[in-house]
Ligand binder design. Structure first.
Ligand code: PSU
Ligand code: MN
Length: 303
């Protein structure tokens, strides 16, 4: 298996020195945000993680290898090339075997992080059960991955392009803990509230590190979602953004967008319709997740 995994120099050194490492996905770069804001976000987020005392490992598929930690030119490639494939669990083996450039989603980043021995992973939002699932059966592979792969995902919940109550039911069925970081409510990405009460709330990063450690000791499989709300000053007005999201979902339906194209279509539409306001919020919340995620990884490393 080692033949398919390549660590960057920075991550190799971190592993040797037993430093805390935080994984980052690359679909958020290639299919989640426009260029050049995406590459700037990717670098800033890495720096935030370093500043908190952990080492960032952005994950992608390049030259037939799973890259754990990217160099600057590789980040630039992922951010700007139109050849980049969105790689979820289904696409992983094929993208490696055919030597194509692949950006990893939450699901495939979790797989690669676990293979690389990394337990913490920071992103913006997870995929989930889509609105209209009763007609489309569109449920992100991210949820099945959370059901089976032992990686803790620090995010801001999920966008309401998804059916959030159904997404939460799915996670409950699969036994995935969803822990609110200093909140009792599931954040809805652009907003701090969704109206959905959570079962677990953690007051600090040490409590979260402890839960992760206990779960490991019990050998309970599957991931953990840490839901960290967007900072108040960057949150968008609920009615404003939900109105645009409804339009996005309607457009996708009318244009017959399905499968893996669905989420990138919705994200792009929202950025356009908000004149980039949503992008600004998106970047700020990812930065804040990096800040908290790195602190969790550092706390866990001391246990
Ligand atoms: N949600 C966002 N931004 C993103 C994604 C989701 O707000 O960039 C990306 C993530 O990589 C996530 C993927 O894992 O979309 C989910 O795609 P799908 O619904 O096709 O599984
Ligand atoms: Mn889907």
């Amino acid at each position: 298996m080692e033949q398919y995994i390549e660590f960057s120099q920075e991550v190799t050194t971190a592993k040797q020195q037993g430093k805390p490492i935080v994984a980052l996905e690359s679909t958020i770069i290639s299919h989640g945000m426009p260029y050049p804001q995406n590459v700037k976000m990717a670098k800033t987020v890495e720096d935030i993680i370093r500043k908190e005392g952990a080492i960032p490992a952005t994950i992608a598929i390049i030259d037939g290898k799973i890259k754990i930690g990217l160099e600057e030119d590789e980040l630039e490639l992922l951010a700007s090339s139109s050849e980049v494939i969105k790689v979820s669990r289904r696409d992983l083996a094929e993208t490696i075997a055919t030597n194509r450039i692949g950006a990893t989603t939450v699901a495939s980043t979790m797989i690669c992080a676990e293979l690389a021995g990394i337990q913490f992973f920071v992103t913006g939002g997870i995929g989930g059960v889509h609105q209209g699932v009763e007609h489309t059966m569109d449920i992100s592979a991210d949820l099945e991955e959370l059901a089976q792969t032992n990686v803790t995902v620090i995010c801001s919940g999920a966008k309401s392009i998804l059916d959030l109550p159904k997404t939460m039911e799915y996670l409950e069925t699969k036994g995935v803990p969803v822990i609110g970081y200093q909140t009792a409510e599931l954040p809805a990405f652009f907003t701090r509230e969704s109206g959905i009460k959570l079962n677990s709330t953690a007051a600090d990063v040490h409590s979260i590190a402890n839960i992760c450690h206990t779960k490991n000791t019990l050998k309970l499989s599957g991931g953990i979602v840490v839901a960290n709300p967007v900072p108040t000053e960057h949150a968008l007005d609920k009615d404003y953004i939900n109105n645009i999201i409804s339009q996005a979902v309607k457009q996708a339906e009318e244009q017959g967008v399905t499968g893996k194209d669905s989420t990138p279509f919705l994200l792009k539409y929202i950025v356009e319709q908000t004149n980039g306001k949503s992008l600004e919020t998106n970047i700020k919340l990812v930065e804040n997740n990096a800040f908290v995620g790195a602190q969790i990884a550092v706390a866990f490393n001391k246990l």
